[in-house]
Design a protein around this ligand. Structure first.
Ligand code: S3P
Length: 169
């Protein structure tokens, strides 16, 4: 049974870009959870949060995790909060390796500070908000990760290379 490769970690750490490139390179299926949730709901993440609330988004996210993990050998990019529910972690960890991407708050801000489809960052003081969320989530990411890569100073190719060399081979 081919293991799924699951990318977890905070927003702006490069999960989607790396996962897409990795899937291309390995000729595997690519799944972007947020994209699939948006397609299923027929609206953006931002509008799901605005119109239906954060808990509803988390429910849709859990449902999608259940669906995607039924397959094998895929490269799955998770939203930053996908591992906040213990049950999601259990399901994601089945027949999979969990790779945690990190980046410094400053780098995260530079990468996604202007993105308006990130409802959790709709704050006046974005850098403080990023730091606060990382503080509360850091332990959770660490606990469920099989492997961690700091992407702050790496290009996409470097990260893809490290995953192939250290995790897959
Ligand atoms: C979230 C991260 C987002 C998206 C939603 C909530 C989070 O995904 O799922 O806005 O709780 O960290 P990305 O990490 O892909 O930006």
């Amino acid at each position: 049974m081919k293991r799924n490769i699951v990318l977890i970690g905070f927003m702006g750490t490069g999960k989607s870009t790396v996962a897409r490139r990795l899937a291309d390179r390995l000729n595997r299926n690519f799944f972007e959870l947020d994209e699939l949730i948006e397609k299923e709901a027929g609206k953006t993440i931002n509008n799901i949060f605005k119109e239906e609330g954060g808990e509803r988004f988390r429910d849709l996210e859990s449902d999608m995790i259940g669906v995607i993990t039924k397959r094998e050998g895929g490269i799955i990019s998770c939203g930053g909060g996908a591992v906040l529910r213990e049950r999601n972690v259990k399901i994601l960890k089945k027949n999979a390796v969990l790779i945690h991407l990190t980046a410094s708050p400053q780098v995260i801000l530079e990468r996604i500070g202007d993105d308006e489809n990130r409802p959790l960052l709709m704050h006046n003081n974005k850098i403080e908000r990023i730091k606060e969320l990382i503080r509360t989530r850091g332990k959770i990411y660490d606990r469920c990760a099989d492997y961690t890569i700091d992407t702050s100073e790496l290009g996409i190719e470097d990260v893809v290379h490290e995953i192939i060399e250290e995790v897959i081979n």
